[in-house]
Every structure is written in structure tokens, then in C-alpha cells.
Ligand binder design. Structure first.
Ligand SMILES: Cc1ncc(COP(=O)(O)O)c(C=O)c1O
Length: 396
């Protein structure tokens, strides 16, 4: 089966194993330099995960316990989990059904003088309407933090995402546009925020040898996933890992992620970064194929702003006249034909964490959406197969 998300790992990355004992930090410095040049910003600071980067940024931006922060109702569960664990107050905002990004209308109605920050999340690699978000934020004196975890290399008005808000973070976890088996970047042009961030990160713990062996083992296992036979073999494990992770996120995680980045990961990252444009070009080409072939009545493909150049980490789409059961049947059919097309985000986060209803767009898309793979291992005949199954399914 074709995995839902996957990043090519070459032999070169596997060979970085010999850096397992390196702790000079020179590779980290080089990776930070190259990443900041790539996104065209002044400071890029590497850390152990996207969530560690967001934690650092929230602290460095001066947010304190009890401060209110806007988070979209539809995204990765670990973002609101962190916000709650830090004692911040979440103001959930609904999304726009056509982009999966924060709804400007709902943001306008929910923001207030109490709001200290907005997390603008570029879902699936499609940039948010940053001009509007920046304008609303400036009217309320709120800080904008871009969550570019799924969006490395996309552009908005000619600028890379992550360089438009006051600060941003990226993730280098498995299943992101490039991966170092865990890792994240803080990105900012604000010297003061960068200095504070470095101080916070300096207090994080070093990886011990067992954790480094964990990185290498994950890298080798991940490398094997390009072999579809292997993915099929461990598919049930992958599924149960996804669900277990979610269940765990319901509980406070006690901020257990405070680790430093390693030279080993940075040396893998340098190779990955050198291939990013190549990977993204395939993602863009595959997404275009799906847009061309699935622009049909009853199917909602993501709307792209004229100002944006998305990269599409996955290709989300939703169906107008479909029940959850029917949607799940379609996912099963695609899986049986060799395409993993998961829901991705099955929860309305206000409901998941706070038992809150009243986010109609999120509540609709969580039951109607599937996400198709568009990563560099996906070929045109895989996409043709997916299109034909979907068309038959909806009777188009
Ligand atoms: C939108 C979004 N934000 C934040 C994160 C957290 O990143 P990490 O897994 O590196 O902590 C993820 C990744 O799962 C994500 O998809």
C-alpha cells in the first residue's frame, strides 16, 4: 500500500549513523544557517520537535499562564495540548471549509483585547490568508505565530511561510515535508525573541545514547517504508500508534519534550534540505493532477489563494453528500486498492479536549474528509487509480 505521507531517505542519510557520538554542534550550526537562508529569515534555531519549538516561542514571546491564545479547532492535537499544558487559555476558532485553515470571519468575531497571540496554521501545506490575519492581530496587539510544521517551502506573496508572522516554527518529524526523525525549527527576524529562545533551549536536556539509537532505528525503519510490502506488514501497528498517540494526548503530557537537537539529526537534515525543492515539486505536480481530475460537483478540493504557492504535504478533499460511514467505506476501498487515504484529523479539538460544540465547519469536515498521498513516491498511475475509485464511488 502507498503510505499517506513519506519522505525519501537515501543511503547518504543512513550513512550519518557514524555521527551518533558527535556533540560538537557544528552540524547543527550549519543546518541552522542553511535553513535560515532557505526560508530567507534572520534566525533559525533548531530544537528537538515542532512542539518544543512552539513551547520555546510562546515563552520567548512573553506569554504567561492565563494569557489567551487563538488556536484553530481543526489541526494536530499536540498544539492545543501544549497550550493547555502551559496554562494558557485557548480561544478556539473555526476553520474555513474550503482551505482547512483558520476562518477569518470566525477569528474576527472571537478575537478580543484579551487575546495575546494567534497561532496561524498552514494546514496540509496550503498557506493561510496571512495579510488578513496580520491586520486583525495588529488591531488587537496580538502576536502572530505561524505553525509551518506541515508547510516547508510554500510561499505567500513571494515570501516563504514562516517569515510573515512575528515568528514561526517548523517540524522535522516523520511525515513532514522533510524529516530528521524528530526535530523542529524556530524562525524569527526578531533578535530579542531569538536570543530568549536560545537561552530557553540551552536548558533542555541532551539526548543520551539510547535516544540517539532510537533516532537511527527509526531512520532505518522509515527507510524501509518505501517498500510497500513492508508498509502493509506493519500497517496495523501504524494505525494503532496513531490512535494511541491521540488517546495519550487527551491527558496532560507534563512538558516531557524538552530535549536538544543533535548533530546526528542535523547532518541528516542537511541532506534532506538539499532535496526539499525536488520533493516539493513532485508534491505540487501530484496535487495539480488531483485538482485537474477532481474538480467535480460534490467534491471540495482545497481553495488556493491567488497570493499563495502551496506545497501540499497531503491532498485533503471532502464530499458534500456523504455520511461518516460512507466516507469510511471509501477509505477502506482505497486502502484495498493500495492507497492509504486516512482522515488525518478525526476530532473537533474543542470537543475532544473541552467537550465544546459550536464549530460547524470543523464538525462537518471531520466526518467528510479524506487525505490522498501526493509524496515523492506517488506515481501518476496511483493518482489515476485514486481518481477513478472516487469518481465511481460518488457516481460521477
Ligand atoms: C500542524 C502541526 N503543528 C505542530 C506539530 C507538532 O510537531 P512535532 O510532531 O514535531 O512536535 C505537527 C506535527 O505533528 C503538526 O502537524
Amino acid at each position: 500500500m502507498i503510505p499517506s505521507v513519506l519522505v525519501p531517505i537515501s543511503h547518504k542519510e543512513l550513512l550519518q549513523l557514524f555521527r551518533i557520538n558527535s556533540d560538537k554542534g557544528d552540524k547543527i550550526q550549519e543546518f541552522e544557517q542553511k535553513f535560515s537562508e532557505y526560508v530567507r529569515c534572520e534566525q533559525a534555531i533548531a530544537t528537538s520537535s515542532g512542539i518544543a519549538a512552539l513551547y520555546t516561542l510562546l515563552k520567548a514571546s512573553g506569554l504567561r499562564r492565563g494569557d489567551e491564545i487563538v488556536v484553530p479547532a481543526y489541526t494536530c492535537e499536540s498544539v492545543p495540548r501544549l497550550v493547555m499544558d502551559m496554562g494558557l487559555r485557548i480561544n478556539f476558532v473555526d476553520i474555513d471549509k474550503e482551505t482547512f485553515n483558520i476562518s477569518i470571519e470566525d477569528l474576527n468575531s472571537k478575537i478580543s483585547r484579551k487575546t495575546k497571540a494567534i497561532i496561524a496554521i498552514h494546514m496540509f501545506g496550503n498557506p493561510c490568508e496571512m495579510d488578513e490575519i496580520m491586520e486583525i492581530a495588529s488591531n488587537y496587539n496580538a502576536v502572530v505565530i505561524e505553525d509551518s510544521a506541515q508547510c516547508i517551502g510554500a510561499e505567500y506573496k513571494g515570501k516563504k511561510t514562516g517569515t510573515i508572522g512575528d515568528a514561526a516554527f517548523f517540524s522535522l518529524n516523520e511525515g513532514k515535508p522533510i524529516t530528521t526523525m524528530g526535530g523542529g525549527f524556530i524562525v524569527t527576524n526578531d533578535k530579542r525573541v531569538a536570543e530568549k529562545s536560545r537561552k530557553i533551549i540551552d536548558n533542555f536536556k541532551e539526548f543520551n545514547i539510547l535516544k540517539k539509537i532510537g533516532v537511527v532505528s527509526r531512520l532505518y525503519a522509515y527507510y524501509m517504508l518505501k517498500n510497500q510490502f513492508y508498509y502493509d506488514l506493519i500497517y496495523s501497528m501504524i494505525e494503532s500508534r496513531r490512535n494511541n498517540r491521540r488517546d495519550k494526548l487527551k491527558l496532560a503530557n507534563n512538558l516531557k519534550f524538552k530535549f536538544r537537537y543533535t548533530d546526528l539529526q542535523a547532518s541528516i537534515g542537511l541532506i534532506q534540505l538539499s532535496n526539499l525543492e525536488k520533493f516539493n515539486n513532485v508534491r505540487i505536480k501530484n496535487a495539480k493532477f488531483l485538482m485537474d481530475h477532481l474538480s467535480i460537483e460534490g467534491v471540495h478540493i482545497p481553495k488556493i489563494s491567488k497570493q499563495s504557492k502551496p506545497i501540499f504535504l497531503r491532498f485533503p478533499l471532502w464530499f458534500e453528500n456523504i455520511t461518516k460511514e460512507k466516507r469510511d467505506n471509501l477509505i477502506r476501498e482505497l486502502r484495498e486498492s493500495g492507497i492509504d487515504a486516512p482522515v488525518a484529523y478525526p476530532n473537533s479539538l474543542p470537543k475532544f479536549f473541552l467537550s465544546l460544540d459550536g464549530f460547524p465547519n470543523t464538525e462537518e469536515v471531520i466526518i467528510k474528509t479524506i487525505t490522498l498521498p501526493v509524496h515523492p513516491y506517488v506515481k501518476e498511475n496511483d493518482l489515476e487509480k485514486a481518481v477513478s475509485i472516487i469518481k465511481k464511488f460518488i457516481g460521477a
